[in-house]
Write a protein that binds this ligand. Structure first.
Ligand SMILES: *Cc1c(COP(=O)(O)O)cnc(C)c1O
Length: 413
């Protein structure tokens, strides 16, 4: 079966994209996930559902957002034209709201009154709390205690939006423990409660569902580039954490075989340092968090500690559909270091007047290199997945500590 919206292959009934995906959960969760999968199948093409979803995307999120030609960066690099898909202009400043609005509407159709989610950096927590405020849902966000300290401002944002943030004190007190606690809550309270997942990962049906609720990114970009240039781009580029902004851009170009699909992973301090989160580049197929994907894990199959300067890319696995793109050769996956991403963060601010999220700066960094290698007149679409206001304090701290200097190098030199 193929997806009417994107033309690309859907997972089979059990959520397999080739050998990736599936569902590896305790037996108590099977019926809970079945209920969500059935609701998703019922409503994904339902007219009333889509009318309501599209209303909020337009009036609340501000879609469609522009596809912006970076004229100055293009001239500077001397190669392909660089277009940015402006997800940073969405309400709440990133692509995550596209997904949380879709899922909250589904939860409403299921008669659920209570939403739970887990968050690491806090961005998904904020997008969830926003959707819950709008639809009068009780909202509980599980967050590792260490993460609540590192991301105190996002904790306050969630509380301001009416959410209850639970600091998880067990284990390593980070994302993994927050996931465990959220799943226990779900098993106990599933009759009233909906579990909101923030990326195209996890057990079936989440990867297919989150992709569905992010695909307007690529659908809009495809229409916009055809309107602006009269032809398809030569490459589409996005950063890959769990992979939701990337699959949202890529999927509608899946059947356009002339379009190169390029995912950019965080190489952290370097691929040879062990301090990175390049799950596809250096990982092996394995099972984490209820699904099979390329994963960075030890010999027992336990996820390894990962690092990226971008908190939103700091994940030891990757969505099953990206794993499938990689294994079948449809997608290319590359990596960019912390340093290169920081340089691109500064570069986009200085040259185009746009401060990107550090996550998105990974995609920008690779696109700048790629543009310079390509011919003038060729076209690149880069997903600017979010704005960088949330990262300004972190970068200022690095400059103050002497870990980074603001002289722009690389492409600018
Ligand atoms: C969360 C986040 C990401 C990474 O998540 P994906 O699911 O891989 O898209 C990327 N960019 C921004 C701005 C984010 O907030």
């Amino acid at each position: 079966m193929t997806d009417a919206a994107t033309g690309n292959p859907l997972p089979d009934a059990k959520g397999w994209f080739g050998e990736f995906g599936g569902r590896f959960v305790p037996p108590q969760l099977e019926p809970v996930l079945d209920e969500i999968a059935e609701a998703f199948e019922r409503y994904r093409d339902d007219e009333d559902f889509n009318r309501e979803y599209e209303y909020y995307l337009r009036q609340f999120v501000g879609r469609p957002n522009p596809l912006y030609l970076c004229d100055k960066l293009t001239r500077q690099q001397g190669g392909a034209k660089i277009y940015l898909k402006r997800e940073d202009l969405n309400h709440t400043g990133a692509h995550k709201i596209n997904n949380t609005l879709g899922q909250v509407l589904l939860a409403k159709r299921l008669g659920k009154k209570r939403i739970i989610a887990e968050t690491g950096a806090g961005q998904h927590g904020v997008a969830t709390a926003t959707a819950c405020a709008l639809f009068d849902m009780e909202c509980i966000i599980y967050m590792g205690e260490i993460d609540t300290e590192r991301q105190a401002l996002n904790v306050f944002r969630m509380e301001l939006l009416g959410a209850k943030v639970v600091a998880v004190k067990r284990g390593t007190r980070t994302l993994k423990d927050a996931v465990d606690e959220a799943l226990e809550d779900l098993i106990t309270n599933y009759e009233t409660t909906y579990y909101m997942l923030g990326s195209a990962v996890g057990p079936h049906p989440y990867p297919a569902m989150v992709k569905h609720f992010q695909c307007m990114i690529g659908r809009e970009a495809r229409e916009q580039i055809l309107a602006a240039e009269g032809r398809l781009p030569d490459a589409v580029v996005a950063c890959v954490g769990g992979g939701s902004n990337a699959i949202g851009l890529f999927a509608p170009f899946y059947d356009d075989r002339s379009v190169r699909i390029i995912g950019v992973e965080p190489a952290g301090k370097g691929l040879d340092t062990g301090e990175h989160a390049a799950s596809i580049t250096l990982g092996k197929p394995g099972i984490i968090h209820g699904f099979k994907c390329y994963t960075l894990s030890d010999e027992n199959g336990d996820p390894l500690p990962v690092h990226s300067v971008a908190a939103g890319l700091d994940y030891p696995g990757v969505g099953p559909e990206h794993s499938f793109y990689k294994a079948t050769g449809r997608g290319e996956y590359v990596s960019v270091t912390d340093r290169e991403a920081l340089d691109a963060f500064v570069e986009l601010a200085r040259v185009e007047g746009i401060i990107p999220a550090i996550e998105s700066a990974h995609a920008i960094a690779y696109a700048l290199k790629l543009a310079a290698e390509m011919e003038p007149g060729q076209l690149i679409v880069v997903n600017l997945s979010g704005r960088g206001d949330k990262d300004v304090r972190q970068v200022a701290g690095m400059v103050e500590a002497g870990e980074y200097t603001l002289e722009v190098r690389g492409a600018m030199a």
